[in-house]
Design a protein around this ligand. Structure first.
Ligand SMILES: [Mn+2]
Length: 388
């Protein structure tokens, strides 16, 4: 059985001020071509189809077009909702399009009910685990502690129980949208930390042949059988070093995995450049970035006049400007953006408390902050679940 694994399309998302719909349409065309030319048996899409709960109409049209083209090829597709999708909105009509071979899994109650496809060697059971927001689904899974590991373990217990009841030799694929420990995040995933913990150990997925992950936007291999495809396009400059891809996975008769990396079309390369304005305008080595989407970090001690306009004369596709004045070594003054870079909301809040009071939060206060951040993020998902 040959699978094509992709995720995190984020249809409708822009990259800085650039509308990415054209690039997203080019990716869909590339996906369809790959399915046809590489004799793919099934497509798996591991969440974050859209960038937000209520996507722009042009993104809905593109998704509709993608579904028609995949159904037209007669190649079954299994999809789950991610943390950016509205599970209920995405899931509308799921029962109907199921008949066209598009299996959209957005309901946590369906975790233990696979889509069963078949090849010359027998059955392959595909279990779609939509993004599971712990506070929202803990009732469904009957767990006391609502953390990512608790709910994913409960969901995987259902998967293993179902699999145990199937014919010996049944191969299995799980789709999940989660942050697995050891994975490398970028700046374009939305934080899913719950109770101070964002990630789950890869071991929760033990017992299945292949785990097609979504959520992290870099293509990466956690283990031979547990992989992220990453997003097909960059959505932040932190992805400048990524090679955007899909996994073409062959599951043999015994469920052994071999995977080939398929490159996605590159609409325009990314470049992060750094120096004083005069250096960036003059350095011949930067000529290769003149047609790239550019983020420039200016190290001038004094902010130059109209730096964006001047840089745009050499780099017409510059999208982002960062000021990071070079200071004498030991000078503690940093820009606000640099002080916040790479820190969680929780850390920033705790440091703020320490800054204004002189002492950081005690354990009790830390819990209150943690609950508050969880509540803000869960709120929308919870309201949706209540409406269900
Ligand atoms: Mn995503």
């Amino acid at each position: 059985m040959r699978l094509l694994h992709t995720s995190d399309w984020h249809l409708g998302r822009a990259f800085h001020r650039v509308n990415m719909l054209g690039a997203q349409a080019d990716f869909i065309a590339h996906l369809v071509t790959t399915v046809r030319e590489r004799d793919v048996d099934a497509v798996v899409v591991s969440g974050d189809v859209y960038d937000r709960a209520v996507p722009p109409l042009a993104a809905v049209d593109l998704f509709d077009d993608a579904l028609h083209r995949l159904a037209g090829l007669g190649v079954p597709t299994v999809m789950i909702s991610g943390n950016h999708d509205s599970a209920r909105r995405l899931g509308v009509g799921a029962g109907l399009i199921d008949r066209a071979g598009i299996h959209l899994r957005t309901d946590p109650a369906g975790c233990g009910t696979p889509v069963v496809l078949r090849d010359a060697f027998g059955d392959v059971a595909f279990y779609g685990l939509p993004y599971l927001e712990p506070a929202v689904v803990k009732g469904e899974f009957g767990v006391d502690r609502a953390g990512h590991e608790d709910v994913l373990t409960a969901a995987m217990d259902r998967v293993r129980a179902d699999l145990a009841g199937r014919a010996p030799g049944t191969r299995s694929v799980v789709l999940a949208h989660a942050f697995v420990t050891g994975g490398e995040p970028s700046d374009s995933e939305r934080d899913i930390t719950v109770g101070g913990v964002a990630s789950v150990p890869a071991g929760v997925f033990d017992g299945v042949d292949y785990v097609a992950l979504g959520h992290l936007h870099g293509c990466q291999t956690i283990t031979e059988r547990v992989r992220y495809s990453g997003s097909p396009l960059p959505y932040s400059f932190s992805e400048a070093g990524h090679r955007k891809s899909m996994w073409l996975v062959d599951l043999d008769a015994d469920g052994q995995v071999s995977a080939e990396r398929i490159d996605c079309p590159v609409p325009r390369p990314l470049a992060r450049i750094r120096g004083t304005l005069e250096e960036l305008l003059a350095d011949p080595a930067l000529a290769r970035h003149e047609a790239s989407w550019v983020e420039a970090t200016l190290t001038d001690a004094v902010r130059p006049v109209e730096p964006m306009a001047r840089l745009a004369e050499r780099f017409p596709h510059i999208l982002s400007l960062v000021f990071a004045p070079e200071r004498a070594p030991g000078d503690p003054v940093l820009t606000y953006a640099r002080r916040l870079a790479g820190r969680s909301d929780q850390q920033i809040a705790e440091d703020f408390v320490a800054h204004v009071r002189g002492a950081g939060p005690d354990p009790y206060e830390r819990d209150i902050l943690r609950e508050a951040f969880d509540a803000v993020r869960v709120d929308a998902a919870e309201r949706e679940a209540v409406a269900r």
